[in-house]
Write a protein that binds this ligand. Structure first.
Ligand code: KG4
Ligand code: ZN
Length: 343
């Protein structure tokens, strides 16, 4: 029997993405992966505007899907399933992607798979690196900051996570405060390169609290106060604040990721095969290096998927559907989109 071939659609935020993935759990390959970013549409607002995002998804999704199928060299008849993100995310965009996917599935007589966006992020290392269960994921995105024990398909246990802002949100807010471009993560990392990480002594939130919960709100306040005190800010001030902020986040993640690995062993009864970073914040080189250090000290492999697959994409959605279908536990066409959908 030929390998399953799945179309994956992602429209939960500001990337309109469609991909074609072929294969089985732990052994799949990407035949096409088209991402149409809306960043320039939202840039002027300093954040994603839900109404603009939904409209743009609606105007682009058919072209992005056609391009993905074209690049993969397959037509609808060759597919085995159509998958789309059904949450969590912005409702308008989710409706566009899921409704488009359901329509395509119906027209082509194919099963539809409703995918949880977070599940897709945490399963990505199996697509990119064939990582074996169980493993530990640091999911750090624009909407999330949590450590997850990925025990098996459909079995995800939250070890700890943010009690306030998401990791990417902290970067985005810091950038906004300093007048840097949107999205904030890449802008802060760029500015930090020429900065002094020791100039500002920003706090390590929740350092004394047990476990691996995270917090970024206090850090954001510290950044705001430092910026106010140093105003008017020179380019050097901005670079130093960014470098010090990033250094504080790295310290926080270093401390808490080490604890997450301990919590993992207690939860799973075994050590993880790897510590994996997922989500858009994984693009950050300094944070990656910090987490790689934690894994090394724990004697665990470290996996950071290629940047393109750390940020939102259709391939991870198609792949999550392959995993769920193989496990016989996929959500189907009756699944409704939802803005909140915990792992
Ligand atoms: O996973 P993602 O593409 O979207 C979701 O939230 O699902 O993550 C986007 C987030 C944004 O907050 C962005 O600022 C952050 O990832 N990000 C970064 C970097 N690149 C993107 N944060 C820190 N450093 C980066 N280099
Ligand atoms: Zn995401």
């Amino acid at each position: 029997q030929a390998e399953p071939l799945v179309l994956g659609i992602e429209t939960s935020c500001d990337e309109c993405a469609v991909a074609v993935v072929a294969g089985r759990p732990g052994a799949a390959r990407i035949l096409a992966d088209v991402v149409w970013s809306q960043i320039d549409l939202h840039e002027a607002y300093g954040g994603v505007v839900p109404e603009i995002a939904a409209r743009a998804h609606g105007e682009t999704i058919d072209k992005v899907a056609a391009e993905a199928l074209d690049q993969a060299g397959v037509d609808l008849g060759a597919l085995d399933a159509v998958a789309a993100t059904a949450g969590p995310g912005l409702l308008g965009g989710l409706l566009v992607g899921a409704t488009f996917g359901k329509a395509v599935a119906r027209a082509a007589g194919l099963p539809f798979v409703a995918v949880n966006h977070l599940e897709a992020h945490v399963l990505t290392p199996r697509l990119t690196d064939g990582v074996a269960f169980p493993y530990c994921v640091a999911l750090l995105s624009g909407g999330h900051a949590q450590f997850v024990a990925v025990i098996g398909p459909g079995d995800y246990r939250r070890l700890g996570g943010t009690i306030d802002d998401a990791a990417g949100e902290a970067f985005d807010k810091t950038a906004k405060l300093l007048g840097l471009a949107y999205p904030g993560g890449p802008a802060v990392e760029r500015a930090a390169r020429s900065g002094d990480p020791k100039r500002f002594d920003f706090p390590t939130p929740l350092a004394r609290r047990e476990g691996c919960d995270l917090s970024f709100a206090g850090l954001k306040t510290a950044v705001r106060l430092a910026a106010e005190r140093a105003a008017p800010l020179t380019e050097t001030d901005v670079a130093d604040i960014c470098a010090s902020f990033q250094d504080a986040v790295a310290r926080l993640l270093t401390l808490k990721a080490a604890r997450a690995l301990e919590a993992f062993a207690a939860e799973a009864g075994t050590a993880p095969t790897a510590l994996v970073v997922a989500g858009g914040v994984a693009a950050n080189g300094v944070l990656r290096a910090a987490l790689a250090g934690v894994a090394e000290r724990a004697g665990t492999a470290f996996v950071a998927p290629p940047l393109r697959l750390c940020t939102d994409n259709g391939a991870m959605i198609a792949y999550a559907a392959i995993e769920r279908r193989a496990a016989g536990s996929a959500d189907g066409i009756e699944t409704r989109v939802r803005s909140r959908w915990p792992l």
